[in-house]
Design a protein around this ligand. Structure first.
Ligand code: SDX
Length: 428
């Protein structure tokens, strides 16, 4: 492989270095492109071909359907690790020893309390407010209650901010759900596991002790692991670019939550269930929805299908599809929606339009079926995605700040009006 990329513009030749990553991916280093040419830039809407950073956190191979966190395969992590171990791995780079894991959990528990005044903010929202809007606001509000901005040069400061948000975010998620259900806001218990406590805070009734169900604990733990990071996706890139202005961690995370909300991104898990419900109401007519998805005049897309990077099966979708069968089976739930999903998947995988465009089920296609089986309302699905993605966002934000990355500020190609004189209003 040559060490440089050669470019010729108007007869002038330029060379730019080629950089190779640890998985033999190759990038053209264009850091000096504009200064080294007559101010020529690249143009790449949606950054489909543009790397924004070097990162050591998550590796994806979209053609082979590979996903690894810090070198460990998603399949092994989903099978053998728990969510807190994976959070530690993503953020600090190594799987924790037992002592490190216990300390991490204890430090998180010590921070799993939220200022009572946050309840006033929560209660100011209409009960009909979408939970993603609520949780984005509450996350940003945490800055007001924890004003000291993170001094990233201090490992201790950084660690404190990390355990703070890892402790408080699940409380805000549970409170967001319970407020809409008119249930008292609680804290669960600091004597049980991280995921066990999320379920207890979400589902405990005021008049009956919450009984843990191992099936639900394992299902949620696995779902959170599968959502924990995914390199430079839309919301993670948002967290990084907001953090690159040296805005605080909580403010950057709040921006990431808002980006995740969109139906083309994390909001797809809610949109998938709404689509499957519509197909069910329509008598299971999947062909109608397949036709809509292929009709260029129709904005409808087959939600839960397609991916910017995966041009093969999303490895997470494979794991979640298997888990959906197991969880619903173990819970004794016969959900016709699961059958419709499988029917739609089969049809799409055999359809030329989808085959030609390499559109496969993604992480969002089956996850909502499990969340629903666990009794989580549909419009809370994307909040659950954010709960899983939290450690990934933290890890990526920390990496960006520790590497002292420059403020994110893309260029543009101007195609508007050239210079023209002002015209007084009575002459227009
Ligand atoms: C997530 O990036 C990440 O890593 C995200 C994520 C993560 O973990 O962070 O993996 C989570 O966001 C998963 C994606 C969830 N979104 C959906 O399920 C929404 C439905 N999917 C599509 O909107 C779409 O596939 C995207 C947004 C996911 C990807 O869009 P791209 O990469 O911009 O691809 P494109 O829009 O250029 O599509 C290429 C072609 C087009 O047809 P042509 O113009 O070539 O004829 O494929 C078609 C598209 O119309 N197409 C679809 C389709 N997705 C793409 N057609 C019908 N249904 C779809 N779902």
């Amino acid at each position: 492989m040559s060490k440089t990329a050669k470019l010729e513009i108007d007869g002038k030749k330029y060379e730019f270095p080629l950089i190779t990553g640890t998985e033999n991916e190759v990038a053209i280093d264009i850091k000096n492109l504009r200064s080294g040419t007559e101010e020529v830039i690249t143009l790449d809407p949606g950054f489909k071909n543009t790397g924004s950073c070097e990162s050591a956190i998550t590796f994806l191979d979209g053609e082979k359907g590979i996903l690894r966190y810090r070198g460990y395969s998603i399949e092994e992590l989903a099978e053998k690790a728990d969510f807190l171990e994976v959070a530690y791995l993503l953020i600090f780079g190594e799987l924790p020893t037992k002592e490190q894991n216990d300390k991490f959990h204890n430090d998180i528990k010590a921070e799993a309390v939220v200022d009572e005044d946050v309840k006033k903010i929560l209660e100011s929202f209409p009960k009909s407010a979408h939970p993603m809007g609520v949780i984005a606001s509450l996350t940003s509000a945490l800055t007001a209650f924890n004003p000291s901005s993170v001094n990233v040069e201090s490992e201790e400061d950084m660690y404190k901010a990390i355990v703070k948000i890892m402790g408080k975010f699940p409380v805000l998620v549970a409170w967001t759900l319970r407020r809409r259900q008119g249930l008292p806001l609680n804290y669960g218990s600091d004597e049980i596991g991280y995921v066990e406590n999320i379920l207890k805070m979400m589902f405990e009734k005021p008049n009956h002790p919450y009984e843990q169900n191992k099936i639900l604990v394992n299902a949620l733990d696995k779902l959170l692991i599968l959502h924990a990071d995914h390199e430079q996706n839309c919301s993670t890139s948002t967290v990084r670019i907001v953090g690159s202005s040296h805005a605080g961690l909580f403010a950057s995370l709040s921006a990431g939550i808002s980006a995740l909300w969109g139906p083309l991104h994390g909001g797809a898990n809610q949109a998938v269930l709404e689509m499957l419900e519509a197909i069910k109401t329509d008598g299971g007519d999947t062909k109608k929805y397949m036709a809509k998805a292929k009709d260029k005049k129709d904005p409808f897309r087959l939600m839960g299908f397609g991916h910017r990077v995966y041009k093969n099966f999303d490895p997470r979708a494979r794991i979640i599809k298997k888990a959906a069968d197991e969880v619903l089976g173990d819970l004794g739930i016969e959900d016709p929606i699961l059958d419709i999903a499988k029917g739609l998947e089969k049809e799409a995988l055999e359809d030329q339009y989808f085959v030609d465009r390499k559109l496969y089920p993604n992480v969002d296609f089956y996850s909502g079926i499990i969340y629903r089986g666990m009794g989580i309302p549909t419009d809370m699905f994307t909040v659950m995605f954010a709960l899983g993605r939290l450690p990934g966002w933290i890890a990526q934000w920390r990496e960006m700040r520790l590497r002292k990355e420059p403020i994110g500020r893309p260029r543009q190609l101007y195609t508007g009006a050239t210079l023209r004189p002002f015209v007084d209003i009575d002459k227009r």
